[in-house]
Design a protein around this ligand. Structure first.
Ligand SMILES: [Cu+2]
Length: 137
């Protein structure tokens, strides 16, 4: 991508961020969406598997699969960012127990609905998805 086009994209995304929905303004610090590099031809497929019946004060395992087409991506750095409000945000790095499968775990103290962003960085790009899950008492 040329510098010029990148600049226009950035300005556009900043404009969107400034005027955009209030939902995204308060919670998280991932302005780097606007830095998403489009050098790779096909975007990554990131699939987050919701934890099954997570409970407070117990280990909650977080899992994501990263692929391009059907090919597992082995050279990604994956981070899980999890929060239900501004005070309990946490961000953990994942390990890769098997090819293209990234895993980490967290514990939380409060029950309720949690947001998650799966951040994936490869040598070529940064891509992320958001999802949510519910933690029970
Ligand atoms: Cu990210």
């Amino acid at each position: 991508m040329s510098y010029h086009r990148l600049l226009i994209t950035c300005v556009f995304l900043i404009a969107v961020a400034l005027t955009g929905c209030s939902k995204s303004t308060n919670q998280h610090d991932h302005e780097h969406t606007s830095h998403q590099m489009q050098t790779a031809s096909t975007p990554l497929t990131i699939v987050f598997q919701k934890p099954t019946a997570p409970h407070v004060n117990q280990k909650i395992t977080l899992n994501a699969q990263v692929k391009r087409k059907q090919e597992p991506i082995k050279d990604a750095q994956v981070e899980f960012e999890v929060w239900s409000n501004d005070k309990n945000k946490q961000k953990v790095k994942a390990t890769q127990p098997s090819s293209g499968h990234y895993e980490s775990s967290i514990q939380v103290k409060e029950e309720g609905d949690y947001n998650i962003i799966v951040h994936v960085t490869t040598p070529k790009e940064h891509q992320m998805i958001s999802d949510h899950f519910t933690v029970g008492q």
